[in-house]
Design a protein around this ligand. Structure first.
Ligand code: ADP
Ligand code: ZN
Length: 818
């Protein structure tokens, strides 16, 4: 009898492919194992077995597989079920989900490039003949394609060889490699806890009379403390007191001084807490924890709504600890893993060796290691921290999913497919595992809060900051008025400048937020009004002064700044608008003595660049940090007392139905960076529109007001959460073809669907990388079946693709577009 398997291939095909297997193989193969298979004329792919059966395919003759690659399934039936849901809900193929889900090293294919791992210690005697041939070839040639490996080994079937070489860590796959950053730790020194009062100090100096060197060191420490609030590095004290490391060590041994590291020990040594690991929750945190636990009896999902710095993380920690005890796996999802060095070190304090970090930029070995550890339920990966792709790991006993900063739009994958929302896909995953899901945010998304109101989610609130620190004091500054009276210095109002000077004088740090990078969005000719445009995209080029370039933020096209206008030859060129680069320049002029840093996409490209900036700011090597929304996210800086928002209007005017919600979230989050310790923080928001409702809601912390108003508008204009939306983007290099095709598609949709169909319309940037774009927006009522609507859309797409001139138009679905 013939045996067949259905294989999911990592390519955008709608169906699985059927292959034949031998009698021998059938006793071995299982769903979820990898097989390498031939495809088309000469391609080889690695795919996943989705089914084993005895029905031959009807329209093609099944080919034989090359080889089974695994001894056991690396993907579970439950995962496959989850992936199928993603494919169907987000209107993409299972192959596309597979490609996103599996680490690329699991998916060797004919196009894969392999190279030698230079760090590997290779014992040539342990290599099999074929492995040795490949190893040898890589000594002479830096990269090999899989078909070249075939030629070298004279075998059609080389996946197993490469797989073994990968497992032995002898080869790497060519891709970007991201290593974990270990910041250099600076050792700081301060008085021991027993000597921090004035009285104890006198006694101390008295007792040190017979140790002049030690007394000298203590006095020097005083002097340093008196002149600056900054932490004092051990080496600095050594120098300024003219003593030695040995003297300081003697003082530390006597517990007169103590040393600490800001980064590593912050969790332990912070203010009131002692150095025991487990922190006791305060009454508000406890109350929240209890209501979450209670709600988990009835509901799978709960929302923790806690203001910035209320100590949400500590609540998560308690819940995680419960699950750890029960030997369950825990998934902790974050919007962007690069932004979370701080959080990771905090969690490591509690769960040490039990944490695994999963990141699509980690190298293949690390990712495969985490995959296998999760698959085999190793304690090493009991708690997985990761960005959205961690959702695809082969969990076996998932007990809890935490989705921190659940409102963040970066949880939604934009490109390529699957365009899934990690929060929503995680809830589905949690349901499959019968685990609990906790969403956390200081500014919950309208969707999630709506679900709470509908009784679908449990809810807990913390409305006070930890340690009863006051919420920052927010002030709206009208820059229209200031501009009219010519009271602006650069882009700075008098109020902001005044607060900045005060903060600097007190030795406190400042964050300035401007959500636009570069120097200025456009360069404009004052004579003819021409602004240089990107040749590939329908957008003006951004002016970058530092690199003396004009750059496109869509396709990264760059040219030198022209000396004169390309249109009229005039030499009066000026910039319009402003970005972080320009703010930095102004700050340097206004405060020449202050140390200034900038954090945006341009300054964080290099390896570890992001971490270096954070560490430097944390260690107070900088006083002012200027940044885009990167600086809004969950960072916990102790000494920031002032946050300045340079211009709130750009956010509000963004052409998107979420612009107001997002402005509220962004401004609340960035404000939350101010005054996280005892002293009340200050936030200055500069705007042309101080009476704007959203700004008022931000400045009074009126989440409920914001929610009510936004929900009302969403209902009126048929947007989520009361309606479902699907955005269809059509893409083609020919303008006329695209226009015609888009008209066809949208009128078909209008005829067939029981939904509101808007468009086709050009998006604000209507051409990117020489491809024209047109959008169609479908708004589906909650009472209509989403499944039926999607099936209808698919049917229309089929007829559309049957028209030969439209075949080359790309159709991109974005379900729940945000
Ligand atoms: P959020 O995530 O809500 O913004 P965090 O969890 O970062 O707040 O907490 C803010 C600060 O308060 C952190 O520095 C944290 O170490 C501290 N903190 C929170 N809860 C406690 C606690 N129960 N005991 C001691 N320190 C705490
Ligand atoms: Zn461009």
């Amino acid at each position: 009898m013939a045996h067949f398997i259905d294989v999911i291939l990592p390519i955008p095909l709608e169906k699985t492919f059927t292959y034949t297997i031998s009698e021998e193989e059938v006793s071995f193969v299982e769903m979820g194992m990898r097989v390498s298979v031939p495809f088309g004329k000469s391609k080889i792919y690695t795919g996943i077995v989705a089914a084993v059966h005895q029905t031959a395919p009807e329209i093609y003759e099944a080919k034989e597989i090359h080889q089974i690659l695994d001894d056991y399934p690396i993907v579970s039936p439950l995962q496959l079920q989850h992936w199928k849901w993603i494919a169907s809900y987000y209107m993409c193929t299972l192959g596309e989900v597979l490609r996103s889900a599996l680490p690329s090293a699991f998916l060797l294919e004919s196009e894969t490039l392999v190279l030698l791992n230079k760090d590997a210690e290779v014992d040539e005697n342990t290599l099999m003949d074929n492995e040795f041939l490949v190893y040898e070839a890589l000594q002479h040639q830096s990269v090999l394609k899989v078909h070249e490996v075939s030629a070298i080994t004279e075998r059609k079937n080389v996946m197993p060889i490469l797989q073994r070489l990968l497992e032995k860590k002898i080869v790497l796959l060519k891709e970007e490699i991201y290593e974990q950053y270990k910041p250099k730790l600076v050792k700081y020194i301060r008085l021991g806890p027993a000597y921090r009062t004035d009285e104890s100090l006198e006694l101390l100096l008295e007792s040190l009379k017979r140790a002049p060197k030690q007394s000298q060191a203590v006095l020097a420490l005083f002097q340093l403390q008196a002149t600056s609030k900054k932490p004092i590095a051990s080496v600095d004290l050594e120098k300024s007191s003219n003593t030695s490391a040995a003297v300081l060590k003697a003082l530390v041994d006597k517990e007169i001084l103590e040393t600490y590291f800001i980064r590593r020990d912050r969790v332990n040594f912070d203010g009131s807490s002692d150095d025991s690991n487990a922190k006791d929750l305060n009454e508000y945190q406890l109350e929240a924890l209890n209501s979450i636990r209670k709600s988990f009896d009835n509901e799978r999902v709960a929302l923790l709504h806690g203001v910035t710095s209320s100590g949400k993380t500590e609540v998560y920690v308690k819940l995680i600890a419960d699950l750890m005890k029960a030997d369950k796996q825990i998934l902790y999802l974050l919007p962007e893993i690069a932004l979370t060095t701080q959080l990771i070190s905090r969690l490591q304090e509690y769960f040490g060796e039990k944490i695994a970090i999963y990141h699509s930029k980690y190298n293949v070995h690390e990712r495969i290691e985490v995959w296998n550890n999760v698959l085999h339920q190793k304690p090493k990966a009991q708690l997985v921290i990761g960005a959205r792709s961690a959702l695809f790991l082969p969990f076996k006993a998932l007990g809890l999913i935490i989705i921190d900063e659940e409102h963040e739009s970066s949880f939604k994958q934009f490109d390529p497919a699957p365009r899934y929302h990690a929060r929503d896909a995680a809830i589905v995953l949690g349901n499959l595992h019968k685990s609990r899901i906790l969403l956390g945010s200081a500014t919950p998304s309208v969707e999630s809060f709506y679900n709470v109101q509908q009784g679908k989610y449990g809810y807990a609130q913390i409305s006070r900051r930890f340690g009863n620190v006051l919420m920052p004091d927010m002030e709206l500054v009208d820059i229209k008025e200031a501009q009219r009276k010519r009271r602006l210095k650069g882009h700075f109002s008098e109020r902001l400048l005044q607060e900045m000077s005060e903060a600097l004088e007190m030795g406190e740090q400042i964050i300035l937020f401007q959500n636009r990078r570069g120097y200025a969005p456009v360069l404009e000719c004052l004579t003819c009004g021409h602004t240089p445009q990107c040749p590939n995209c329908d957008v003006s080029l951004t002016y970058h002064q530092y690199k003396k370039q004009l750059r496109c933020h869509y396709c990264s096209h760059a040219t030198a700044i022209p000396e004169s206008c390309l249109a009229c030859g005039g030499s009066d060129l000026d910039t319009k608008g402003f970005g972080t680069e320009q703010i930095e320049e102004e700050v340097r002029k206004l405060f020449p003595d202050a140390k200034v840093g900038r954090m945006d996409l341009d300054t964080t490209r290099g390896k570890y660049a992001y971490e270096k900036i954070i560490t430097a700011f944390e260690q107070q090597e900088m006083e002012i940090l200027i940044g885009t929304q990167m600086i809004t996210k969950g960072l916990d800086f102790r000494n920031v007392s002032l946050v300045g928002v340079m211009n709130a209007d750009a956010l509000l005017n963004f052409p998107d139905y979420r612009a107001h919600e997002r402005t509220f979230q962004l401004l609340t989050q960035v404000s939350g960076r101010a005054g996280r310790t005892k002293k009340r923080g200050k936030v200055i928001i500069q705007t042309y529109n101080p009476y704007h409702q959203i700004l008022k809601q931000v400045s009074t912390g009126d989440y409920d007001g914001m929610f009510q108003e936004q929900l009302y508008e969403r209902e009126q204009y048929k947007y989520p959460p009361t309606n479902r939306i699907i955005k269809i983007t059509l893409k083609h290099k020919n303008y006329n073809v695209l226009n015609e095709a888009a008209e066809w598609f949208s009128s078909a949709l209008k005829n067939v669907l029981r939904a509101t169909v808007l468009g086709p319309e050009y998006p604000p940037v209507s051409r990117i990388r020489n491809q024209y774009l047109k959008n169609i927006l479908i708004k589906i009522d909650k009472n209509e079946s989403l499944g039926t609507s999607k099936r209808n859309i698919r049917r229309i797409e089929k007829s559309f693709k049957a028209i030969s001139s439209y075949r080359s138009v790309r159709v991109i679905y974005n379900v729940d577009h945000i």
